[in-house]
Design a protein around this ligand. Structure first.
Ligand code: SF4
Length: 338
Protein backbone atom coordinates (compact mmCIF):
# COMPACT_ATOMS: atom_id res chain seq x y z
CA UNK A 1 0.00 0.00 0.00
CA UNK A 2 1.11 3.55 -0.67
CA UNK A 3 -0.22 6.68 0.96
CA UNK A 4 -2.63 8.29 -1.46
CA UNK A 5 -2.40 11.73 -2.98
CA UNK A 6 -5.30 14.18 -3.18
CA UNK A 7 -7.02 13.81 0.18
CA UNK A 8 -7.87 15.97 3.18
CA UNK A 9 -7.95 14.95 6.85
CA UNK A 10 -10.66 15.84 9.36
CA UNK A 11 -11.17 15.22 13.06
CA UNK A 12 -12.08 11.71 14.30
CA UNK A 13 -9.77 10.25 11.62
CA UNK A 14 -12.20 11.01 8.80
CA UNK A 15 -10.67 11.61 5.38
CA UNK A 16 -12.06 13.16 2.23
CA UNK A 17 -10.66 11.70 -1.00
CA UNK A 18 -10.40 14.39 -3.68
CA UNK A 19 -9.19 12.18 -6.54
CA UNK A 20 -12.45 11.79 -8.43
CA UNK A 21 -15.91 13.28 -8.64
CA UNK A 22 -17.24 10.98 -5.91
CA UNK A 23 -15.24 12.98 -3.32
CA UNK A 24 -15.79 10.16 -0.78
CA UNK A 25 -15.78 10.92 2.94
CA UNK A 26 -14.37 7.84 4.69
CA UNK A 27 -14.30 6.80 8.34
CA UNK A 28 -11.51 4.60 9.71
CA UNK A 29 -11.45 1.23 7.93
CA UNK A 30 -13.79 2.31 5.13
CA UNK A 31 -13.07 1.96 1.41
CA UNK A 32 -14.20 4.38 -1.25
CA UNK A 33 -16.81 3.72 -3.93
CA UNK A 34 -13.92 2.44 -6.08
CA UNK A 35 -12.93 -0.20 -3.46
CA UNK A 36 -9.22 0.50 -3.94
CA UNK A 37 -8.71 3.46 -1.57
CA UNK A 38 -8.94 2.80 2.13
CA UNK A 39 -8.79 4.86 5.32
CA UNK A 40 -6.28 3.33 7.75
CA UNK A 41 -6.06 5.22 11.06
CA UNK A 42 -6.91 8.54 9.46
CA UNK A 43 -4.61 8.19 6.46
CA UNK A 44 -5.78 7.35 2.95
CA UNK A 45 -3.99 4.54 1.10
CA UNK A 46 -3.91 3.23 -2.45
CA UNK A 47 -4.18 -0.58 -2.14
CA UNK A 48 -3.18 -1.29 -5.76
CA UNK A 49 0.13 0.54 -5.90
CA UNK A 50 2.47 -1.21 -8.38
CA UNK A 51 -0.17 -3.91 -8.85
CA UNK A 52 -1.11 -4.84 -12.41
CA UNK A 53 -3.80 -7.13 -13.77
CA UNK A 54 -2.42 -7.05 -17.32
CA UNK A 55 0.63 -6.06 -19.30
CA UNK A 56 0.88 -6.44 -23.08
CA UNK A 57 1.73 -4.67 -26.34
CA UNK A 58 -0.99 -3.44 -28.68
CA UNK A 59 -1.55 -1.15 -31.62
CA UNK A 60 -2.67 2.30 -30.51
CA UNK A 61 -5.87 1.81 -32.56
CA UNK A 62 -6.98 -0.73 -29.96
CA UNK A 63 -7.09 1.95 -27.20
CA UNK A 64 -8.92 3.26 -29.34
CA UNK A 65 -7.11 6.27 -30.80
CA UNK A 66 -7.21 6.85 -34.57
CA UNK A 67 -5.42 10.17 -34.96
CA UNK A 68 -2.37 9.59 -32.77
CA UNK A 69 0.80 7.85 -33.94
CA UNK A 70 -1.15 5.51 -36.25
CA UNK A 71 -0.12 1.87 -36.35
CA UNK A 72 2.45 2.28 -33.55
CA UNK A 73 2.71 -0.32 -30.85
CA UNK A 74 2.41 0.70 -27.19
CA UNK A 75 2.86 -1.12 -23.90
CA UNK A 76 -0.63 -1.45 -22.43
CA UNK A 77 -1.10 -1.74 -18.68
CA UNK A 78 -4.22 -2.39 -16.62
CA UNK A 79 -4.67 -2.47 -12.86
CA UNK A 80 -7.87 -2.79 -10.78
CA UNK A 81 -11.04 -0.96 -9.81
CA UNK A 82 -13.39 1.59 -11.25
CA UNK A 83 -15.35 4.56 -10.00
CA UNK A 84 -18.36 3.54 -12.12
CA UNK A 85 -20.34 0.31 -12.05
CA UNK A 86 -21.32 -0.04 -15.70
CA UNK A 87 -23.59 -3.02 -16.23
CA UNK A 88 -21.96 -3.61 -19.64
CA UNK A 89 -18.33 -3.51 -18.46
CA UNK A 90 -16.13 -5.76 -20.60
CA UNK A 91 -13.41 -5.90 -17.95
CA UNK A 92 -15.69 -6.37 -14.92
CA UNK A 93 -13.51 -9.17 -13.50
CA UNK A 94 -10.82 -6.57 -12.69
CA UNK A 95 -12.95 -3.44 -12.20
CA UNK A 96 -15.79 -4.71 -10.02
CA UNK A 97 -13.79 -6.73 -7.48
CA UNK A 98 -11.80 -5.93 -4.39
CA UNK A 99 -8.19 -6.04 -5.59
CA UNK A 100 -7.26 -8.61 -2.91
CA UNK A 101 -9.56 -11.13 -4.67
CA UNK A 102 -7.21 -11.21 -7.59
CA UNK A 103 -3.65 -12.60 -7.75
CA UNK A 104 -1.52 -10.11 -9.59
CA UNK A 105 1.96 -8.99 -10.44
CA UNK A 106 3.77 -6.16 -8.66
CA UNK A 107 5.98 -4.36 -11.16
CA UNK A 108 8.21 -1.35 -10.52
CA UNK A 109 7.76 1.69 -12.76
CA UNK A 110 11.26 1.42 -14.27
CA UNK A 111 10.55 -2.13 -15.48
CA UNK A 112 7.58 -0.91 -17.53
CA UNK A 113 9.66 1.79 -19.16
CA UNK A 114 12.54 -0.63 -19.79
CA UNK A 115 10.15 -3.12 -21.41
CA UNK A 116 8.65 -0.39 -23.55
CA UNK A 117 12.08 0.52 -24.89
CA UNK A 118 13.21 -3.06 -25.38
CA UNK A 119 10.05 -3.93 -27.30
CA UNK A 120 10.44 -0.78 -29.41
CA UNK A 121 7.09 0.59 -28.32
CA UNK A 122 6.23 4.27 -28.76
CA UNK A 123 4.98 4.61 -25.19
CA UNK A 124 2.57 3.39 -22.53
CA UNK A 125 -1.25 3.20 -22.54
CA UNK A 126 -2.97 3.19 -19.12
CA UNK A 127 -6.28 1.39 -19.57
CA UNK A 128 -8.55 -1.66 -18.89
CA UNK A 129 -9.45 -0.52 -15.34
CA UNK A 130 -9.92 3.19 -14.51
CA UNK A 131 -6.29 4.45 -14.50
CA UNK A 132 -7.15 7.40 -12.23
CA UNK A 133 -7.36 5.00 -9.29
CA UNK A 134 -3.68 4.05 -9.47
CA UNK A 135 -2.49 7.57 -10.05
CA UNK A 136 0.46 7.45 -7.60
CA UNK A 137 1.97 4.49 -9.47
CA UNK A 138 1.07 5.65 -12.97
CA UNK A 139 2.46 9.15 -12.31
CA UNK A 140 5.82 7.50 -11.57
CA UNK A 141 5.75 5.48 -14.81
CA UNK A 142 4.63 8.54 -16.76
CA UNK A 143 7.45 10.71 -15.43
CA UNK A 144 10.05 8.05 -16.24
CA UNK A 145 8.51 7.36 -19.65
CA UNK A 146 8.60 11.07 -20.54
CA UNK A 147 12.23 11.29 -19.47
CA UNK A 148 12.99 8.43 -21.86
CA UNK A 149 11.26 10.03 -24.84
CA UNK A 150 8.17 7.82 -24.63
CA UNK A 151 4.52 8.91 -24.91
CA UNK A 152 1.80 8.50 -22.26
CA UNK A 153 -1.80 7.71 -23.23
CA UNK A 154 -4.57 7.89 -20.64
CA UNK A 155 -7.78 5.94 -21.40
CA UNK A 156 -10.33 7.21 -18.92
CA UNK A 157 -14.01 7.64 -18.09
CA UNK A 158 -13.24 11.25 -17.16
CA UNK A 159 -14.34 11.17 -13.53
CA UNK A 160 -10.89 12.31 -12.42
CA UNK A 161 -11.09 15.58 -10.46
CA UNK A 162 -9.20 18.68 -11.60
CA UNK A 163 -7.04 18.22 -8.48
CA UNK A 164 -6.20 14.64 -9.49
CA UNK A 165 -5.56 15.60 -13.10
CA UNK A 166 -3.11 18.27 -12.00
CA UNK A 167 -0.76 15.58 -10.66
CA UNK A 168 -0.35 13.90 -14.08
CA UNK A 169 -1.41 16.49 -16.66
CA UNK A 170 2.08 17.53 -17.70
CA UNK A 171 3.02 13.93 -18.52
CA UNK A 172 -0.02 12.99 -20.61
CA UNK A 173 0.32 13.19 -24.39
CA UNK A 174 -3.04 11.79 -25.42
CA UNK A 175 -6.40 10.92 -23.89
CA UNK A 176 -9.12 8.51 -25.00
CA UNK A 177 -12.13 9.85 -23.11
CA UNK A 178 -15.17 7.58 -22.89
CA UNK A 179 -18.60 9.21 -22.65
CA UNK A 180 -21.39 6.80 -21.66
CA UNK A 181 -24.61 8.69 -22.37
CA UNK A 182 -26.80 11.28 -20.68
CA UNK A 183 -27.28 11.72 -16.92
CA UNK A 184 -30.20 9.28 -16.85
CA UNK A 185 -28.06 6.61 -18.55
CA UNK A 186 -25.25 7.10 -16.03
CA UNK A 187 -27.74 6.70 -13.15
CA UNK A 188 -29.49 3.64 -14.54
CA UNK A 189 -26.63 1.74 -16.17
CA UNK A 190 -23.38 3.06 -14.64
CA UNK A 191 -24.39 3.25 -10.97
CA UNK A 192 -23.64 6.94 -10.51
CA UNK A 193 -25.55 10.09 -11.35
CA UNK A 194 -22.88 11.79 -13.40
CA UNK A 195 -23.22 15.01 -15.27
CA UNK A 196 -21.21 15.55 -18.45
CA UNK A 197 -20.58 19.22 -17.59
CA UNK A 198 -17.59 17.89 -15.64
CA UNK A 199 -16.23 16.49 -18.91
CA UNK A 200 -16.50 19.95 -20.48
CA UNK A 201 -14.16 21.23 -17.76
CA UNK A 202 -11.69 18.44 -18.45
CA UNK A 203 -11.83 19.09 -22.18
CA UNK A 204 -10.93 22.74 -21.52
CA UNK A 205 -7.96 21.64 -19.42
CA UNK A 206 -6.73 19.22 -22.10
CA UNK A 207 -7.14 21.83 -24.79
CA UNK A 208 -5.19 24.39 -22.76
CA UNK A 209 -2.35 21.84 -22.42
CA UNK A 210 -2.48 20.90 -26.11
CA UNK A 211 -3.13 17.27 -25.13
CA UNK A 212 -4.34 15.10 -28.00
CA UNK A 213 -7.94 14.04 -27.34
CA UNK A 214 -10.39 11.57 -28.89
CA UNK A 215 -13.86 10.72 -27.59
CA UNK A 216 -15.20 7.20 -27.36
CA UNK A 217 -18.82 6.05 -27.07
CA UNK A 218 -20.10 2.47 -26.69
CA UNK A 219 -23.39 1.96 -28.55
CA UNK A 220 -25.85 -0.30 -26.70
CA UNK A 221 -29.06 -0.89 -28.65
CA UNK A 222 -32.20 0.19 -26.81
CA UNK A 223 -30.17 1.91 -24.08
CA UNK A 224 -28.05 4.73 -25.53
CA UNK A 225 -28.40 4.55 -29.34
CA UNK A 226 -31.11 7.24 -29.38
CA UNK A 227 -30.50 10.83 -30.41
CA UNK A 228 -30.83 12.19 -26.86
CA UNK A 229 -27.96 10.06 -25.56
CA UNK A 230 -25.79 10.25 -28.65
CA UNK A 231 -26.08 14.03 -28.68
CA UNK A 232 -24.12 14.18 -25.41
CA UNK A 233 -21.08 12.56 -27.03
CA UNK A 234 -21.48 14.55 -30.24
CA UNK A 235 -21.72 17.82 -28.31
CA UNK A 236 -18.61 17.03 -26.26
CA UNK A 237 -16.70 15.91 -29.31
CA UNK A 238 -17.58 19.18 -31.04
CA UNK A 239 -16.40 21.18 -28.03
CA UNK A 240 -13.16 19.19 -27.99
CA UNK A 241 -12.78 19.47 -31.77
CA UNK A 242 -11.84 15.80 -31.63
CA UNK A 243 -12.64 12.60 -33.51
CA UNK A 244 -15.48 10.51 -32.12
CA UNK A 245 -15.09 6.73 -32.08
CA UNK A 246 -18.33 4.75 -31.88
CA UNK A 247 -17.68 1.33 -30.36
CA UNK A 248 -19.95 -1.59 -31.04
CA UNK A 249 -21.16 -3.06 -27.74
CA UNK A 250 -20.50 -6.74 -27.01
CA UNK A 251 -22.73 -8.64 -24.56
CA UNK A 252 -20.98 -8.72 -21.19
CA UNK A 253 -21.34 -8.72 -17.39
CA UNK A 254 -24.93 -7.83 -16.39
CA UNK A 255 -25.91 -7.10 -19.99
CA UNK A 256 -24.87 -10.43 -21.45
CA UNK A 257 -28.36 -11.07 -22.87
CA UNK A 258 -28.42 -7.85 -24.91
CA UNK A 259 -27.46 -8.21 -28.58
CA UNK A 260 -24.68 -6.22 -30.23
CA UNK A 261 -25.99 -3.37 -32.38
CA UNK A 262 -26.54 -4.14 -36.06
CA UNK A 263 -24.45 -2.35 -38.68
CA UNK A 264 -27.58 -0.35 -39.50
CA UNK A 265 -27.73 1.02 -35.94
CA UNK A 266 -24.01 1.84 -36.02
CA UNK A 267 -24.37 3.58 -39.40
CA UNK A 268 -27.33 5.61 -38.12
CA UNK A 269 -25.20 6.90 -35.24
CA UNK A 270 -22.32 7.65 -37.63
CA UNK A 271 -24.60 9.62 -39.96
CA UNK A 272 -26.13 11.54 -37.06
CA UNK A 273 -22.68 12.58 -35.84
CA UNK A 274 -21.67 13.75 -39.33
CA UNK A 275 -24.99 15.57 -39.82
CA UNK A 276 -24.29 17.51 -36.59
CA UNK A 277 -21.02 18.78 -38.02
CA UNK A 278 -18.36 16.41 -36.69
CA UNK A 279 -15.45 16.05 -39.11
CA UNK A 280 -14.05 12.66 -38.10
CA UNK A 281 -16.29 9.86 -36.85
CA UNK A 282 -15.37 6.17 -36.77
CA UNK A 283 -16.98 2.80 -36.20
CA UNK A 284 -14.99 0.34 -34.10
CA UNK A 285 -15.36 -3.31 -33.04
CA UNK A 286 -16.27 -4.00 -36.66
CA UNK A 287 -13.56 -5.75 -38.65
CA UNK A 288 -14.07 -4.03 -41.97
CA UNK A 289 -16.43 -1.16 -42.80
CA UNK A 290 -16.16 2.16 -44.70
CA UNK A 291 -16.95 3.84 -41.35
CA UNK A 292 -13.52 2.78 -40.04
CA UNK A 293 -11.71 4.82 -42.68
CA UNK A 294 -10.47 8.41 -42.69
CA UNK A 295 -11.75 10.67 -45.46
CA UNK A 296 -10.63 14.22 -46.15
CA UNK A 297 -13.03 16.56 -44.34
CA UNK A 298 -13.09 18.86 -47.39
CA UNK A 299 -12.92 16.82 -50.63
CA UNK A 300 -13.89 13.41 -49.09
CA UNK A 301 -10.96 11.54 -50.63
CA UNK A 302 -10.18 8.23 -48.91
CA UNK A 303 -6.98 8.85 -46.93
CA UNK A 304 -6.63 5.87 -44.58
CA UNK A 305 -8.27 2.48 -44.92
CA UNK A 306 -8.37 0.26 -41.82
CA UNK A 307 -9.12 -3.38 -41.19
CA UNK A 308 -9.28 -4.84 -37.72
CA UNK A 309 -6.82 -2.75 -35.71
CA UNK A 310 -4.46 -2.31 -38.64
CA UNK A 311 -3.94 0.16 -41.46
CA UNK A 312 -4.12 -1.35 -44.95
CA UNK A 313 -3.93 1.84 -47.06
CA UNK A 314 -2.27 5.18 -46.31
CA UNK A 315 -2.65 8.02 -48.84
CA UNK A 316 -1.70 11.10 -46.84
CA UNK A 317 1.22 13.23 -48.00
CA UNK A 318 2.81 14.28 -44.73
CA UNK A 319 -0.26 15.42 -42.83
CA UNK A 320 -2.11 16.68 -45.91
CA UNK A 321 -4.74 15.37 -48.27
CA UNK A 322 -2.89 14.72 -51.57
CA UNK A 323 -5.89 15.94 -53.60
CA UNK A 324 -6.87 19.27 -52.00
CA UNK A 325 -4.05 19.93 -49.51
CA UNK A 326 -6.29 20.06 -46.43
CA UNK A 327 -4.34 19.46 -43.21
CA UNK A 328 -5.64 16.38 -41.41
CA UNK A 329 -5.37 16.62 -37.60
CA UNK A 330 -3.28 13.50 -36.98
CA UNK A 331 -0.37 13.62 -34.55
CA UNK A 332 2.75 11.66 -35.38
CA UNK A 333 3.71 9.77 -38.51
CA UNK A 334 2.46 6.22 -38.97
CA UNK A 335 4.66 3.23 -38.35
CA UNK A 336 4.93 0.50 -40.96
CA UNK A 337 7.20 -2.54 -40.73
CA UNK A 338 9.77 -2.32 -43.48
S1 SF4 B 1 -10.96 7.66 -5.99
FE1 SF4 B 1 -13.06 8.39 -6.13
S2 SF4 B 1 -14.30 6.62 -5.59
FE2 SF4 B 1 -12.21 6.17 -4.88
S3 SF4 B 1 -12.16 6.84 -2.76
FE3 SF4 B 1 -11.46 8.55 -4.02
S4 SF4 B 1 -13.27 9.80 -4.41
FE4 SF4 B 1 -13.99 7.78 -3.70
Amino acid sequence: MEEACCYRSFKNNIVNCRLCTHYCFLKEGERGFCKVRINVKGKLYNTIYEKLSSFSTDYIEKTPLYHFYPNHRFITVGSFGCNLKCAFCLTWSITQVEPEEFRAEYIKADKIVEASKQLKCRGVVYTHSEPTLNIEYYAKIMELAKGNGLLNVFATNGLISPEGLKTICEYIDAVALTVKGNQEFYSKVCGFKFNNTHLLRLIDIFKSKNTHLELVYVIIPGFNDDEKNLSEAIHLSKKADSPLILLRFFPSYKMDKIDSPSEKIMEKALNLAYSKGLKYVYLENIFSHPGKNTYCEKCKKLLIRREGYGIVEWHLEGNKCPRCGTIIPIRGYPYFDS
